[in-house]
Ligand binder design. Structure first.
Ligand code: SAH
Ligand code: DHB
Ligand code: MG
Length: 224
């Protein structure tokens, strides 16, 4: 099995199952043109997030890690009339590109980007008494995954879904002695997930044009 094969299958699924979309395509093009790293979710992964959000009837979505807003647009497109996404981003340049992408997508009234370190903006969200989020997508700096998961739980309700990206990292996740803060952050989060009584969770490995990686998915089974 080679990476070429994974990519070819991803292209095949993408062409068959993911309709071309001007807003998503131009968001990616603008992100590339602005020199943003190409670490957005893939089209089939974006559609998975979109389907999860629709399946649970999500109206309020929180994203941690906006980049150029590609995953954000997938999530925003899942919302009913009046639904909202709040996306947290630490990099002012990324936030600026993302906001322009949301404007082009006609999503100015749907998506709000909050600029700042997520560990600063999350407590502010909580202090505002924001309505609980139905779905939280965690996709920022991995060393803070466990802290983000804590905030996600605090800002969720019974039945909320929490999705965490990049939990496999080419298989490095099983290297307990890894000196990578990213791998150690992912491991601390997973070990916490395993013992957290308020959720039931799983993790799946994925291959394709994001290489070899994966998602953790948790369902909140008790009120936080
Ligand atoms: N969800 C996006 C990809 C996000 S990439 C998509 O799939 O399209 C990760 C993003 O998290 C980057 O834009 C990075 O600037 C941001 N980030 C990193 N550390 C952060 C922090 N402490 N708080 C908020 N955002 C952070
Ligand atoms: C990286 C970050 C991501 O969120 C991702 O999906 C892929 C790669 C990174 O920082 O390398
Ligand atoms: Mg990611």
């Amino acid at each position: 099995m080679t990476e070429d094969q994974w990519n070819a299958v991803d292209r095949y699924f993408n062409e068959l199952l993911v309709s071309p979309d001007v807003a998503l395509d131009s968001a990616l093009a603008a992100s590339v043109a602005a020199g943003l790293p190409a670490i957005n979710v893939s089209p089939v992964q974006g559609k998975l997030l979109h389907l999860l959000a629709r399946a649970i009837g999500a109206r309020n979505i929180l994203e941690i890690g906006t980049l150029g807003g590609y995953s954000t647009i997938w999530l925003a497109r899942a919302l009913p009339e009046g639904g909202r996404v709040i996306s947290l981003e630490a990099d002012a340049g990324h936030a600026e590109i993302a906001r322009a992408n949301f404007t082009r997508a006609g999503l100015d009234d749907v998506v709000e980007v909050r600029l700042g370190l997520a560990l600063d903006t999350l407590p502010r969200l909580a202090a505002e008494g924001h309505e609980p989020f139905d779905l939280v997508f965690i996709d920022a700096d991995k060393p803070n995954n466990e802290a983000y998961f804590d905030w996600a739980l605090r800002l969720s309700h019974l039945g909320s879904v929490i999705v965490v990206d990049n939990v496999v990292r080419s298989g490095d996740v099983i290297d307990a002695g890894s000196d990578s803060p990213t791998v150690q952050g992912v491991r601390r989060f997973l070990e916490r997930l395993a013992v957290e009584p308020r959720v039931t969770a799983t993790a799946i490995q994925t291959v394709g044009n994001k290489g070899y990686d994966g998602f953790a998915i948790a369902l909140v089974t008790a009120d936080s």
